[in-house]
Write a protein that binds this ligand. Sequence first.
Ligand code: ADP
Ligand code: MG
Length: 557
Amino acid sequence: MPAATGGRWGRFWEQRAQQLQRQVQYQGAAGQSGSASAGLCSLCGPRARLPRSPHAALLRLRPVIQALKQDVKALHASFLEVFRNFWDHLQTGLSEVAEGVQRAQLQHQALLSWRSEAGHLERCLQEADSRYQLEKQRRKVLHNRLVELKGNIRVHCRIRPLLPFDEESEDPASQNSSVPAEVVHAVDDETVLVKCDRAAHPPINNTYSFERVYGPAESQQAVFGDVCPLLTSLSDGYNVCIMAYGQTGCGKSYTMLGPQSPGEPVPPWEPHSDLGVLPRAAGELFRLISENPSRSLKVDVSIVEVYNNNIFDLLAKDGRTAASGPKREVLTAQEAKQEVCLLTREPVHSAAEFMALAAGSLQLRAELATSVHANSSRSHLIITATLTTAPARGSPGAHHPPAAEQQANGPRPEGSRRRASGGRAWPGALGAQRPAEQVHAKLQLVDLAGSECVGVSGVTGSALRETSFINRSLAALEDVLGALAERRGHVPYRNSKLTHFLQDVLGGDAKLLVILCVSPCRKHVAETLRCLGFGARARQVQRGQARGGSPAPRKPR
Ligand code: ADP
Ligand code: MG
């Protein structure tokens, strides 16, 4: 074989061997180096000498080529395996991605459906809220109708039990008689029977009907049970008055305030079974207010006594002032609403505060009672709770410290008490800085002075004068109720300070409850008959009565 040919073959095999070496090096780098590549390296390296004869060279290369083929096959197989692994991983990855995408789509759909459900629930809530507001309004109207059906002026009668002092005061001549000491009986919860046969007197066998009659055994709780719906009316925006009427010693103060011990006119604010209307009403009032905090109702209290046809502000007294305390006049404002000039109105934020205020001022009243009049029943006591809605932000006098702040700061000094304005415009009484608040409704609790027959009580001097003032004011009250019953155009509110002061709660759509308190004793039968007669006449006052100058019935607020 010529050297040129041998040289060409030699270069060809050299190039081929280098190519294979690179492949093998690659395979070797991949950890797959084989024996063929090592053999080839030894044959084709720079110092290798291939035979010049192609046949001999072929013979020498054949095993190497065979080995190379094996290596290529192995390489191919390992490549296939690597590829298959890669493919498997790719498939797994792709299916995981697909699953992830599917999950994300499902979550997106769930999110969309939750969003639409939330929108639906929000709409339902709005509908429920507007239905609730509507129902609340209807409830107010129905409650008011119910109260009106029972009568805007209602008369209840309470017969107190026979007490030890009744026997002591019993006429000795009649003590041994066969006539029973108890002559007044509750026949049922609407009927009172007065049955009495006395020597030298015509027999009495009278029955009277009232909206409710309480027998001697009935509790304070039972009495308040019938008062309670009126407080709902108060919270709905109607003026409410609850008054106790009857002769001295028949249980008016017991009914209105609870049992009183000497030196402690109103029992402390602790729940107990004997609590009267005042503490229970205070508790219920603040309970109703707390039920609806969004209305931000505020309560101001004023306490007055009407004594000898003069109005005395018990919250303005401080023990050092004149025994009779500051007198107040009733002024009539626009819309025929009455206000008392410069009457002190003290804000209260809880039933306990209300009762503390009442106890404090009644203590002053009791002191006055010892120095000026014979007993506290010689004056009419009127406790007024005025409910106002908070002044609008930014209006004059709108800033009042919140209840918590006021409580934290302790009781306010005397000078910081507010003077009554009722939130209405009437000239000159209070100056420019009145709070721009609106009166929502007014509750008046009245412990009337004892009705007395002068002839029977045998009083003289200043006591006689007091008795005549009391009787005149009670007669004026009767006249007002009579005029309302007969729907007269003119109602004589101004005939007495008592009726003038109570003008807002007598007639119109105000709710008045008169609790007639009577003694069961034979000795008091004449006064009991007078009291029951007053109640029977007051009961004639029908709902919807016309009242001179009174505003038209309004919707509840
Ligand atoms: P008034 O205020 O009408 O003058 P009071 O309320 O002071 O009469 O009552 C006179 C007395 O009778 C008081 O000692 C009072 O505790 C008692 N009393 C009145 N009503 C009842 C009653 N329903 N149950 C028990 N005691 C009563
Ligand atoms: Mg009394």
